[in-house]
Design a protein around this ligand. Structure first.
Ligand code: MN
Length: 255
């Protein structure tokens, strides 16, 4: 299938593109909802995977705009929402906006492939597929078993995603500090949300939970109480980065 992926997080983008390509799909990408909307006709995908929280135009707004256009053309693009907004009522909000399906991040390859299968054959029942991950014990703060399940047991891809996360990390941390210092609660919430989603895809539960706490704090606009949560997140990120640095070279040497 030709799949248009609208996703702003480099980690989640890389993850989805690699998994889908491995299974024979062609993946086209957009960095936000507006890009997806603007390029939809030109790219002619068979289905769209849509993140919700993105800069410029979020996923739900893009879906509403796509559906509004389709009311004139009579067409129907299958759209699957993939989001780390796994809170009550989110599924309903996505379906109301016009999504055909909804997946909560972190998404494993089986769920992703099954959702695309449902897009291609809306009447057929999903076929369960076997995916197993080898347990490994090199990382302490990472749930590697869970992370490997998300990447089809592909250790190389997992390591690559970790490196991508590590590279992006100082930038994210600085942006979080900056948003806090400017008193920009909305931006702080968005940044924390992105870190939460990327960390969850790597099995980095400590980071993901700390980012989630910060996200919730920022959403409540109570920024005066956000600093300890930022510090907690920075600490978890530091632990994770140290671990990635310590473990990754050893993994590379063994090859
Ligand atoms: Mn996003």
């Amino acid at each position: 299938m030709r799949v248009l992926l609208a996703e702003d997080s480099p980690v989640n983008k890389k993850l989805a593109v690699t998994l889908l390509e491995k299974h024979g799909h062609t993946v086209l990408t957009a960095g936000n909802g507006k890009e997806a909307l603007d390029n939809l006709e030109r790219l002619t995908p068979d289905a769209v995977l849509m993140d919700v929280q993105m800069p410029v135009m979020d996923g739900l707004e893009a879906i509403r705009a796509i559906r509004a256009k389709e009311r004139q053309t009579g067409e129907h693009m299958p759209i699957v929402v993939v989001t780390a907004h796994a809170m009550k009522g989110d599924r309903e909000r996505c379906l109301e906006a016009g999504a055909d399906d909804y997946l909560a991040k972190p998404v494993c390859s089986r769920e992703l492939l099954e959702a695309l299968d449902r897009c291609a054959h809306p009447d057929a029942a999903a076929q369960p597929s076997a995916g197993q991950a080898a347990p490994t014990r090199e990382y302490r703060t990472l749930d590697v078993r869970a992370a490997l399940e998300l990447v089809d047991g592909d250790r190389e891809l997992f390591e690559e995603l970790l490196q991508l996360f590590a590279r992006d990390c100082p930038n994210q941390a600085a942006e979080i500090r900056g948003a806090f210092e400017r008193g920009d609660a909305r931006q702080l919430e968005r940044l924390a949300h992105t870190v939460k989603g990327a960390a969850a895809s790597l099995g980095a539960k400590g980071v993901s939970q700390a980012a989630r706490a910060l996200e919730e704090q920022a959403r409540s606009k109570a920024l005066d109480a956000a600093e300890p949560r930022i510090e907690a997140l920075e600490l978890k990120l530091k632990e994770l980065l140290e671990e990635i640095e310590a473990v990754a070279p050893k993994t590379a040497e063994r090859k």
